[in-house]
Design a protein around this ligand. Sequence first.
Ligand code: GLC
Length: 824
Amino acid sequence: MNFGHFNPVNKEYVITRPDTPAPWCNYLGSVDYGAIISNNATGYSFVKSGAAGRIIRFRLNSMSNDQPGRYIYIRDNADGDYWSGSWQPVCKSIDSYKSECRHGTAYTIISSSYKDIETRTLYYVPLDKNYEVWNIRIKNSSNNKRHLSIYGTAEFTNHDHYENDTVNLQYSQFISKTYFKDNHILQVINENGSEASSDVEGTSNKKGDPIYRFFGLAGQSVSAFDGERDMFIGNYRNYGNPVAVELGKCSNTVAYNGNSFGALQTDIELNPGEETEMTFLLGAGNEDFARNIISKYDSVEKANICSCEGFCNFSEVVSHELTQLKNFWHSRLDNLQVETPDDNFNNMLNVWNAYQCFITFFWSRAASFQYCGLRNGLGYRDTVQDIQGIIHLDYKAAKERLWLMLSGQVLNGGGLPLVKFDHKPGQEATPDESQYAKETGQSFYRADDALWLFPTVITYIKESGDWNFIDEKVPYADKGEATVYAHLKQAIQFNLDRQGSHGLPVGLFADWNDCLRLGSKGESLFVTFQLYYALKIFKEFATKKDALADIEWAQNCLNELSGNIQKFAWEGDQFVRGFTEDGYTIGSKSNSEASLWLNPQVWSVISGAADEKTAKTVLDKVYDNLNTKYGAMLFYPAFREYGLPVARMSLFNAGTKENAGIFSQPQGWVILAETIIGNGNRAYEYFTEINPAAMNDHAEIRKLEPYIHGQATEGIDTLNHGRSHVHWLTGTASTVMVSMVYGILGLQPEYNGIKINPCIPSGWKNFKMNKVFRNTVLNITVDNSQGVEKGVHYITVNGKRIDGCYISADELKDTNEILVVMGK
Ligand code: GLC
């Protein structure tokens, strides 16, 4: 079943039926002012922190209608009938109520059409601003004059910390009140002073000061208001039938205790064909701030930015801000655009996977409809991986974040599990000190954290050409500073210093898999292959630096590691997953549970530790035993007997998440691994299985947004094989992006040039890529008339023929016409 489609020209996803199988969301704003909005206008907003700077309330996991949200009601005063500008919360029958939601890059437009009244509401956060705009146009398409009342509503939190707001009502309900100020409701929390509000730097207030929020109306005058939620909704009612709308009159009362709320009513008349506009504004700030912002949107001077017939024009200020937003996002996305024979591939690579990479990059695993935003910092491994997803689109932003993460590395080489939002390089406590646990709730190192730096650093250097980065000095988190090169060496040392009885690195509190607790003696093959990869990359850097002792050191480590892998972890046709402290082999083929694991097989290939024959053997085994029509399972069979303390995933229902589910993040790795050995058809098959866009017409099975990767899909042991969970903030965005860009499309920058070495389905006979590479434009056409999966015969650059797939940077002009001829 299909609920919408992609609009590649506008870079939008258009939802044509509002009763989607789950709320299908979009992210607006930035980490300074964040807003999440669904296709039915549900969602929440916050300043700086989803948990500690919450402005409007959202009830996670509330029945099937996630509520509340940014609701605007429309009432026909002739007969008292009312509805909402988004299908929820009034939920008129979709036979008579038509609605469309266009999610775009940092804006969402929701339209409704009911009883010949059309509305179009544009929601966005202006670039670099800390408030949000709900701009609504209303048109009378009937032949009669219409008398309407419009009500905008926002359910404020009573406390800026969501937890206090939600569960500590004996306090939070008595520190908040609202005022009516002509064109806005002003909410004040802690007007009498506070002992403390949130401790998060930069949230809406400073310690001791009151917190102000406003909900205002520009472009029309307010005819009535409600500053108290229960007066607006009424007792024993809900958002679907608020008493104020039913009666056609807000009560003009403010909140003093209870629940602060913003409801603004305006009464309008529209002649046949007439349309009008108004703008609701929500943000954190006092009366002066609010008045200032609202006045900006009072003018409804039109600026027509759309060429389609009518009802598309925005007022000048809104149109200007929307254009700014689009320019900001599209200029980044346009750094790589492709036209392959598969629209689902194109829509993801060109827009949605790329946009998701940025959102995950900015927000880490903070706020969504599953995460409330409690985590006070950036998870090390997640963030370093997330960077990889945007390097090809914005290497400058990548470098900044990479520098921060390097400065979150402890002098002993390990990564801080969480790099706090107010991270102070050189002054942080480490997981070895109780202070760190007190600040972050984390008290252990993970074995993999700093090893993610290797693929990220090398990708950054090769994309940007910034080789000097390797010698840049960066502080450690706790003390001292060193060059990036030395940071990397230290990261390797961290794992060399922590080895088990087979001479392989131990798994500590977790390796990539949060549910695998191998501790300080149990060994992890995932980390082993990561370490192998790290050593190879380090050796490549050492070679480029002519650091002979380091080259020799790295090679010796590689030899030793590879010997131990062969001796202890290879079972003839697969690698095991690890060894527990008490000698149990996880992922041995003789086990009755979890006998084959995806990650060690694919990482043996990605790391280069597996030779060609081994690579083929293990990937075939994965394909034959772990692949399903919705992607490859993390392992199989699920844990049912073996469990705690090592295998925490056994707590999950079989076939779910880390317990034999189709965990999404590794899907990018399996695609990448297949491209490394030249299996373009199989890589593409895996890609298609997990491509959200490819599930567009089966959205009732996958349930999540068809334009967004989720954290996991249910495996074959569950009742709902194919259903996906945990939208938006997942490392899948970056791993799949990496597999598409570097693997399938084969766009592989080198220190002084770029390789173009696609690995594609043999059915792709021709495709185009436009890439910005270090300020030059590459217009690439790939000719695969021979129908191969991998292999480049020759390339022409601006007419000049080059054998093989490498183009030196010296060959490049500002704009380049490149033909890549695949085949023998
Ligand atoms: C989640 C975590 C990530 C972890 C993965 C596997 O996605 O955010 O850090 O690697 O689960 O357990």
